[in-house]
Design a protein around this ligand. Structure first.
Ligand SMILES: Nc1ncnc2c1ncn2[C@@H]1O[C@H](COP(=O)(O)OP(=O)(O)OP(=O)(O)O)[C@@H](O)[C@H]1O
Ligand SMILES: [Mg+2]
Length: 382
C-alpha cells in the first residue's frame, strides 16, 4: 500500500482499498475475537474447576468430622490426598493451553516442511531443467521447453546459442515468454525441461524492468547486492555520472525512500550504475531501459559497451530502435505449422494467431551487417 499509494490516489481508489483492506484486516480482527472468546470460556472453566476442587474434599468429609467419626487431622489428610490424586488426573485440563499451542506449532512446522518438500520436488522431478557449466564462452540452450506451473508449455528452444561478446536482442509478442526465458537462464524457473549450458566461472547479472531499489543511503542502493563498503565513494559517484545520474552523485550518503523519490527512468539508470560497478561477464536486460527516451537509451547502450568491453549484453525489448543497437536477434514467433507452411494464407493465420492472444512480429533484418536472426518458436497452445 505504501509503495502504490500514488497510483491508488491517482485512480481515486481509496474506498476500494478500504474495502479490500477491511476484508483482509476483518479476518484478523474476527480471529482475534474468536481467540478472546475461547480464552474466556477456557479460563472460566479451568478457574472454577480448580477453585471448586479446593472445597470439594472438605464438603465430602465434613459430615464424618461433625459426627466425630474422623479427626481434624484425618480430614486435612484426606483433603491433601484428594488434591494429589486430583492434580495427577487433571493434567490435561491444567496443560490444555500449552498442549494447544504445541499442536499449533507442530502443525505450522509440518505444513512448512511439506511446502519445502513440494518446492524441492518441482525442481528435481523429471522432466527438469539441467544447468551445466562448460568450458565454452557461449551460452547454449539445448532442447529447452519452458512450461507454466500448470504444465502448459510456452517456449521451445531446440538449439540456441547466444554468442559471447555479441550484443543480442530477444524480441517477440508480449506474454510470449521472453522474461520466462531469462528466468530459466538465471536458474530461477524450475518448470520445463532441457539443458542450459553456461560458461564456467562467468558472472551473470539480470536487470528487470522495475529494479529493486532498497531504502537507506544512495550508496547502499547502488552497491546492492554487495555491501556499501565494497566500493569506494569515488567509484560509486563515477558510476552514477556514467549512468547519467550526475545530480545524485553528491548525495550518495543521503538516506531517503529512494524507490518513492526516483522516477522510473532514474531507477533504471541506478540499476545501470550498479552494473557499471559490478562489471558482470554477462548482462541480461529485461526491458531494463524501457522508461528512457530513445536517445538516452542508445546513449546508455553506448556507455555500457564502452565501459564494459568484456561484458556480453543480451536484451529483451519491444522498441524497433533497439534492433540497431544489437548484432544478433532472436524473435519469438507463433509455433503453428500451418502459419509457416502456407504463406498465401498469412492474413488468415495472423487473425488466428491474434485470436489466440498474441500477434506475429514483422520479420526485420538485424541492425548490423553480419548479424543473424534466429527464431524461438512460441507454443501454439498459447
Ligand atoms: N508464475 C507464473 N504463474 C503462471 N503464469 C505465469 C507465471 N509467470 C509468467 N506466467 C505467464 O507466462 C507467460 C509468459 O510470461 P513472460 O513474463 O515471460 O512474458 P513476456 O514475453 O516477458 O511478456 P512482456 O513482453 O509483456 O514482458 C504469460 O502469459 C504469463 O502470464
Ligand atoms: Mg517480460
Amino acid at each position: 500500500m505504501r509503495e502504490y499509494g500514488e497510483q491508488v490516489a491517482l485512480l481515486r481508489g481509496e474506498s476500494a482499498e478500504r474495502r479490500i483492506l477491511g476484508g483482509r484486516f476483518g479476518a484478523i480482527v474476527s480471529n482475534f475475537y474468536a481467540i478472546v472468546s475461547r480464552t474466556v470460556k477456557l479460563l472460566t472453566f479451568t478457574t472454577s474447576y480448580f477453585q471448586a476442587n479446593v472445597v470439594i474434599p472438605y464438603i465430602i468429609v465434613a459430615p464424618y468430622f461433625f459426627l466425630g467419626r474422623i479427626t481434624l487431622g484425618q480430614m486435612t489428610q484426606t483433603a491433601g490426598a484428594f488434591g494429589r490424586v486430583e492434580s495427577a488426573l487433571t493434567f490435561f485440563i491444567a496443560r490444555y493451553q500449552s498442549l494447544a499451542s504445541y499442536k499449533a506449532t507442530v502443525e505450522r512446522l509440518t505444513t512448512f516442511r511439506a511446502a519445502i518438500e513440494e518446492a524441492r520436488k518441482i525442481g528435481t522431478k523429471p522432466p527438469c531443467m539441467e544447468h551445466l557449466r562448460h568450458l565454452d564462452r557461449d551460452l547454449v540452450l539445448r532442447d529447452v521447453v519452458l512450461s507454466l506451473p500448470d504444465g502448459r508449455e510456452i517456449v521451445y528452444a531446440h538449439k540456441l546459442t547466444i554468442e559471447a561478446g555479441t550484443t543480442t536482442l530477444v524480441s517477440g509478442p508480449s506474454g510470449s515468454g521472453k522474461s520466462t526465458l531469462f528466468r530459466a537462464i538465471s536458474g530461477i524457473w524450475p518448470y520445463g525441461s532441457g539443458t542450459i549450458e553456461r560458461p564456467a566461472d562467468a558472472t551473470f547479472m539480470l536487470l528487470p524492468q522495475r529494479p529493486y531499489v532498497p531504502s537507506g543511503t544512495l550508496k547502499t542502493a547502488v552497491a546492492y547486492p554487495s555491501v556499501p563498503d565494497a566500493y569506494n565513494d569515488e567509484a560509486v559517484r563515477e558510476s552514477l555520472r556514467l549512468a547519467r545520474l550526475s545530480p545524485l552523485a553528491s548525495e550518495i550518503d543521503s538516506e531517503d525512500n529512494w524507490p518513492q523519490r526516483l522516477s522510473g527512468g532514474e531507477q533504471q539508470r541506478l540499476a545501470i550504475a550498479r552494473v557499471l560497478l559490478e562489471k558482470p561477464d554477462w548482462l541480461f536486460l529485461d526491458e531494463a531501459t524501457s522508461a528512457l527516451d530513445e536517445e538516452l537509451e542508445a546513449e546508455i547502450y553506448r556507455i555500457l559497451i564502452e565501459a564494459l568491453p568484456k561484458t556480453t549484453i543480451v536484451s529483451i525489448g519491444h522498441r524497433s530502435t533497439l534492433i540497431a543497437l544489437h548484432r544478433h536477434r532472436f524473435e519469438m514467433t507463433a509455433r503453428r505449422r500451418d502459419l509457416r507452411a502456407n504463406s498465401k494464407d498469412r492474413g488468415r493465420d495472423l487473425r488466428q494467431a491474434c485470436s489466440q492472444g498474441f500477434q506475429l512480429m514483422s520479420r526485420r533484418s538485424p541492425g548490423r551487417r553480419g548479424g543473424r536472426v534466429l527464431r524461438v518458436p512460441v507454443s501454439e497452445t498459447r
